[in-house]
Design a protein around this ligand. Structure first.
Ligand SMILES: [Zn+2]
Length: 686
């Protein structure tokens, strides 16, 4: 569950993880560790991140068009340049109309044709604005809201709790019955990333709200509405009331709180206000009898607002969201205004990225697996797949031994854990079966329509799953995504081809270094199957806690120690990392690093790794780990991440090493140093 790297929610406005090639080259360009990127004036026991990366931090500037910059971005840049070359070749190939190649070419070219977009102006948005204008009563409102529902959220796999629509849909295996798909419904509707942006009294947050109001005024003006100041105030007030009934990020992450099965009839009694029959009708959800309502309190609260808040305010709210949602494919004035808030204020970037990078994003969003299929054919040879699979096998073997040797887990639970490890399905590089895009219509010269049709196509693809057998070959990330993910209900892992690239994975350097970087990632994802959330799902994917109360008690005691470790980190005065919100990920980091360490030793069959770049095998392993997390972030983006993400910021993840005994002798870490932990305080869950 949860991808390895944060997935920032507001991709509608500012797609993350793509940017201009950096001026500064990191370690990606040559095999081995980046010795110049280290800072040997820092004691590794005081600040391992700075020891491994201080030199790089000093001489690297975050590009103006990014909120953060590091290894993940370097690899994403490389991937995007490669992807763009494939897309451009497709565009130039004059492939037959309706073919997949033609679709990716037309999708990209239409997005790049700014002149055509400018000429059409707000024309493509008009049908939506007219439909909003035509809303006469609450029944019309419910019908319109139903048309906005999209498959744009994900509770357990890619983990995205954000949607700018009032609600979001996720279709996945029913947590009570893994033989069938269920429709999950999630809260949404906010223009800011999370409820605390509306409710937190801190000065920084109040300033963001003031700038958001300015943005609302500007966008309503661009949409051609009179009296934008008055309307904007109403929209902000409505969203603030929504925020008040929203569940927090931490609550949304709690599977046991979210797994609420409601029948269709339950909605009108448990969440009165919205005409649910009208809503489900236009959302093409007239058939399902049972839904999973993830945040019941929010559904009651939001539904009540639909009945209480003046219709005129709702219409202003919908007009704003209609133009904001499609800002990327509208004229430059809209693009610029959207960037001035979402890019500058929320992410702290001063410059927009180049248009081709957004074009690659749009094409990936619309036709991800078509592009992915071309990507792996060119950039992920079978030999690399085989090498990655061998690492996976070694790490699973290491994990198995760790489970067998655990002193705290009861024998009965161990049997179940090992069963789960045996049925784990590990996908490397790309899916076994590719998605079919035949029904998706891409029209040359219609960037707006293409974006809209792609979204609806994805929504309908998800609706079609309802009532079908579970497809265990389905991936939730495209091969050209620099990330990795555990799908807890499917008991499966996805390691896309794009993360199997240097410096995470590099056939040209000693394999010890790969175990420290991609190996720790693989271990991280495997361990999610066995952590606090993983323990809730058995080998079939059913929500069925397979731990004894004693197992859970030990686990919780270790977890508490780890919560304290992370709560103590303070990126800004007064703003601590939330040890609880990031607990599952921090456990996975500790467990993944430990399993990768064992696997590297295992792969050498008792021999010592040779000295390379003047470093012992253990030093190579831990330094490679710390360098794989090198990243710098601007303050606004870092604040956003601390408040909304399940992961600790990248710069804090190398501190995981303090929980592994082998790290201490490798770097002569002594009591009294900042990261030193007495053996009893080192967290060993697995
Ligand atoms: Zn994770």
């Amino acid at each position: 569950m949860r991808p390895l790297l944060p997935v920032l929610a507001l991709c509608l406005a500012v797609p993350s993880l793509v940017a201009a090639p950096p001026k500064e080259r990191g370690s990606a360009s040559r095999p081995g560790l980046d010795l110049k990127g280290m800072d040997r004036s820092v004691a590794p026991g005081d600040d391992f991140f700075a020891y491994a990366n201080g030199g790089w931090v000093k001489r690297t500037e975050i590009p103006a068009d990014r909120g953060s910059y590091g290894v993940g971005h370097e690899v994403a840049d490389l991937t995007d340049r490669r992807t763009a070359s494939l897309i451009k070749a497709a565009a130039a190939s004059k492939a037959p109309a309706g073919s997949d190649l033609r679709k990716i070419g037309d999708c990209y070219t239409s997005f790049m044709d700014e002149k055509a977009i400018e000429t059409r102006g707000l024309g493509p948005l008009k049908p939506s604005l007219q439909a909003i204008e035509a809303i006469r009563d609450r029944q019309d409102l419910a019908r319109y809201l139903g048309t906005t529902l999209r498959a744009d959220v994900d509770v357990l796999n890619a983990t995205n709790y954000y949607t700018d629509n009032l609600f979001g849909l996720w279709v996945a295996q029913d947590l009570d019955d893994p033989s069938r798909y269920a429709p999950f419904l999630l809260q949404g509707g906010l223009g800011l990333p999370e409820r605390s942006y509306y409710l937190d009294a801190a000065e920084g947050m109040a300033a963001i709200r003031a700038q958001y109001l300015t943005h609302l005024v500007a966008m309503l003006k661009l949409a051609g509405l009179s009296d934008p100041e008055k309307r904007a105030a109403g929209v902000l007030d409505l969203e603030t009331r929504m925020a008040k009934v929203h569940a927090s990020r931490e609550e949304s992450g709690d599977v046991l709180k979210g797994n609420n099965h409601w029948t269709r009839a339950d909605f009108s009694t448990k969440a009165p206000g919205l005409n649910w029959e009208a809503f489900f009708g236009t959302a093409s959800l007239a058939k399902p009898e049972v839904f999973v309502v993830w945040q019941p309190g929010a559904f009651a609260g939001l539904s009540a607002l639909v009945a209480e808040v003046p219709l005129a305010t709702w219409k202003d709210y919908l007009a704003f969201h209609a133009i904001q949602h499609r800002s990327q494919v509208l004229p430059k004035a809209v693009v610029d205004q959207s960037f001035s808030f979402y890019g500058k204020v929320l992410n702290g970037t001063s410059k927009r990225r180049e248009r081709w990078q957004y074009g690659v994003n749009q094409t990936n969003a619309a036709l991800g697996e078509v592009v992915g299929k071309a990507y792996v054919a060119k950039f992920f040879p079978p030999a690399e797949k085989a090498r990655a699979q061998k690492m996976v096998a070694n790490i699973i073997a290491a994990f198995r031994t760790r489970i067998e040797q655990l002193d705290w887990m009861s024998p009965a639970t161990k049997v179940k854990a090992l069963a789960k490890l045996t049925t784990l399905k590990v996908g490397v590089g790309y899916p076994d079966r590719w998605q079919d895009y035949q029904g998706l219509k891409i029209v040359a010269g219609d960037a707006f329509g293409n974006a809209e049709r792609a979204e609806i196509f994805e929504y309908q693809r998800n609706l079609r799953k309802l009532g079908q057998p579970i497809d265990r070959t389905e991936w939730v990330m495209t091969p050209q995504t620099v990330n990795a993910v555990n799908l807890p209900v499917m008991n499966a892992l996805n390691f896309p081809a794009a993360i199997l690239q240097p410096p995470y994975f590099d056939p040209k350097r000693p394999v010890v270094m790969d175990y420290g970087s991609i190996g720790a990632v693989i271990g991280h994802e495997i361990s999610h199957s066995f952590d606090d959330s993983g323990s809730l799902f058995d080998a079939t994917g059913k929500l069925n806690n397979w731990w004894t109360p004693e197992d859970l008690k030990h686990f919780e005691a270790s977890a508490d120690q780890l919560v304290k470790q992370y709560d103590a980190y303070q990126p800004f005065p007064g703003l601590h990392i939330n040890g609880k919100q990031t607990l599952g990920e921090n456990i996975a980091d500790v467990a993944g690093l430990a399993a990768a360490y064992d696997a590297y030793r295992l792969s050498l069959r008792g021999k010592l790794a040779p000295l390379v770049q003047g470093l012992t095998g253990d030093q190579q392993f831990f330094l490679s780990y710390a360098q794989s997390w090198r990243e710098k972030a601007r303050e606004p983006l870092l604040r956003q991440q601390i408040l909304t993400d399940g992961h600790a910021p990248a710069a804090y993840r190398p501190a995981t090493v303090r929980n592994l005994d082998a790290w201490y002798p490798a770097f002569q870490v002594k009591p009294g140093q900042t990261l030193y932990l007495p053996p009893a305080d080192r967290v060993k869950v697995w």
